[in-house]
Design a protein around this ligand. Sequence first.
Ligand SMILES: NC(=O)c1ccc[n+]([C@@H]2O[C@H](COP(=O)([O-])OP(=O)(O)OC[C@H]3O[C@@H](n4cnc5c(N)ncnc54)[C@H](O)[C@@H]3O)[C@@H](O)[C@H]2O)c1
Length: 433
Amino acid sequence: MHTEYSAPKRFSSTGTNAMRGDGTKMGADRSQSYQDDRGLTGESVGRPAGAGIRIGVVGVGYWGSKQLRVMQSTPGVARAVAIDARLPLLSGMGHLLANGGGYTSLRAALPHIDAVVVATPPASHVEVALEAIRAGKHVLVEKPMATSPAGARQLIDAARAAGVTLMTGHTFEYNGAVTMLRELVESQELGDLYYLDSARLNLGLYQSDVNVVSDLAPHDISIANYVLGSTPTSVRAWGSHHVDPVFEDVAHLELDYADIGVGAHIHVSWLDPRKVRLVTAVGSKKMAVFDDTDAAERIRVHDKAVLPNTDRRSPSRFSYHQGAITSPVVPFEEPLAVQARHFIECMRTGTAPRTDGANGLAVVEVIEAAQLSLAQDRRVLLEEVAGDGPPLPGLVPAPPSAAAPSAAGPSTAAPSAAGPAVTATAVTATVRA
Ligand SMILES: NC(=O)c1ccc[n+]([C@@H]2O[C@H](COP(=O)([O-])OP(=O)(O)OC[C@H]3O[C@@H](n4cnc5c(N)ncnc54)[C@H](O)[C@@H]3O)[C@@H](O)[C@H]2O)c1
């Protein structure tokens, strides 16, 4: 289900509606010369034409600090400031408070910025983004856009009402290798696509407010939706928690893209000895592998296939084609930088981002369906989560009292043809309900 998109107002650093490429005014815009309901008045008024966009990155932890670095060198950005309640405690950030390069609250920063990147933990995305949107700021929200479809829709509606750009940080859709994988599928270079398989494994980083599905699978779901040019109709998920007392730290998802007859399998884990970042596309003629840990050969195309044996005298039912492995050159640029440029461009032109609110919502709905599948041990249709119901257990932070280890202990639940084991998932759902 997609929420209808309406084009946002364009950015202007002078309190006027849109800026042409040459910096001349195009009309009036309340969003930049804003006065919020607390009486704060933005410093946008009177800024010189073409002064550039001022970005505030809210949350400058692991990922936000990368966003800050990239935004600081993005063309069209006048300055990028850090916003984090823990700023004085963060390594190499404390000095920013003294020179106006940092703030400890979004409220304090609002008068000094035009746009916001939300890189706080997922459970706070909606609250932080709404504060920015309601102050007339353009917003880029990290994945997952929200921890419930209702939250994601709230952001879409608020951005539409405020006339600002809303973008989701689905970084992999700005990755040249993923685009090449999409082209290989789209052009039928691989033949008829049988399935996609995705693995995102590592030791940690354990998150405190969501399980591994909400933390890691948004990447794989966004890649699958982008590569397949579609969204799934149903989801099946299996998960288990081992070290984390509440949240699943290992999970498998099976996405059915029934309209195109393709399945996508996703394995995500915080509890694996190897760092694995693989997406495999298997077709009737060839197979392609995207390995994000292999900077030299991110894409490999295997000229391999299994074919029905037409020779009736042969004892085997299938023949195996084993051709060459090629590694096409992938024009590569840091995806975060490509994404940042696109955000600025969308603000300036008023065009919808490629990963707009609807794109973010589509991924959040799959996550929601996967959480429901984990909790109820069944396949979930996407249409079941298309309404505006309350967030499901497991998507919101568990109260401290619920964080006790389950009596059942760690589970070894995993997908199997005979049906999944359900103990940990069922117990987890009960504890959190
Ligand atoms: N696109 C990607 O490839 C990618 C990669 C990693 C993380 N992420 C996303 O980035 C976000 C942050 O993840 P992280 O690993 O950097 O987390 P983190 O815990 O390292 O950093 C979060 C920071 O946000 C700050 N914070 C929390 N609430 C705040 C608030 N209300 N106002 C201001 N600051 C606040 C915290 O003090 C902390 O410094 C998550 O949504 C995550 O899913 C995206």
